[in-house]
Design a protein around this ligand. Sequence first.
Ligand code: NAD
Length: 434
Amino acid sequence: MKIAMIGTGYVGLVSGVCFSDFGHDVVCVDKLPEKIAQLENGEVPIYEPGLENLLAKNVGAGRLTFTTDICAAVHGADAIFIAVGTPTRRGDGHADLSYVMAAAEEVAKALTGYAVIVTKSTVPVGTNRKVAEVVAKANPAALFDVASNPEFLREGAAIDDFMKPDRVVVGVENARARDVMGEIYRPLYLRDFPVVYTDLESAEMIKYAANAFLATKISFINEIAALCERVGADVKSVARGMGLDGRIGPKFLHAGPGYGGSCFPKDTQALARIGQEHGVPLRITETVITVNDMTKRRMLDKIVDLCGGSVAGITIAVLGVTFKPETDDMREAPSLTIVPALIGAGAKVRVVDPHGRREGQVLLPGVMWCADPYDAADKADLLVILTEWNEFRALDLGKLAQTMQQPRLADLRNVYAAKDAHEAGFTAYAGVGR
Ligand code: NAD
């Protein structure tokens, strides 16, 4: 199949590269010329494990190209995927669909023969029908169908998730579009991964419902963690005891500083707004959002308490600023709330992150970037683990405690045990929910 991928970000680039690896001819389009220039040079603008090699392999095989020219990409394509951003619209919490609609209009004008226009971006129910209207209006002669194909990949494990998905969801309205989508995902059938065919609205809803459910698990365990701290229970044991129940499952039950990233915050907001708009307030989702905000604030209180009531004048070493490990994405990362608040309260903040520095330098003004955790901890008064990168999981706690002015550890990802921290010389330790 010939595929045009509009939007070459975390989802578009990974999807484009993986489709080309399936054997399809893929042209990835972005409106940012600098991004396309980088990609043409074989450089990957984001950090995603394995992506650079897979990209080079498929460019080398002649199946994958990059352009800013949407007309050239759309010409002769069997399917055109829209994978542009759908951030929260300023002011009202709705998904901002302006990028999707602008892309749809550009695609419409470039269409020459029949193609399926596939929305991969996460979009509210009804958007695919609006895309169809926009296309028909911009190019009344266009021959096309629309399809909804929400993406479930996780940054940091994106290639594996794309190649070995739990399922693929495809919303289509007729056999012709279904055949095109079936052909695109045929390499997955061979490996027996399920494809759920449904109508457009259900496909759109599946994505929001799935993300809101996962966010609910996180907020749930974070609330239980707060209670564990009061009653003397350990949330790690509680989560393990819960998660071994097959009906519950162990994933997304890690207590921490609250969810962040490019999806859960905006998608829960958007779903809550959709519910309100349709007269069906989604109380659970609304509460999940509130609990997440409270969780981030609770982390600040925890840090301040650990420092005896104030962080004014002290030096804090923060390990990790990306919203999770194995990505450079900092969108809605808890660090964006916690670090500025610490600086605002008078602390000096040093930061280490294996891949977060490029974004972090822009988003976290006023911090000092350090080469490694030991460098950051040198004469510091508090060490905070904010993102559980592998690099931070087997630190020499004794060496850290020795180098610090005041050896205190706020372990917001529960990487270490209090006992081990104390034995290594830390005078104060705080985890989450224990
Ligand atoms: P992103 O911001 O990383 O990438 C979007 C890209 O689209 C940018 O490079 C931008 O320049 C480009 N773009 C915007 N308008 C364009 C146009 N008219 N023509 C060409 N290029 C255009 O976004 P992302 O994280 O990849 O997310 C894309 C969508 O996928 C969102 O709806 C998101 O909710 C959804 N999603 C994201 C993830 C994730 O982990 N990031 C996972 C699942 C679903």
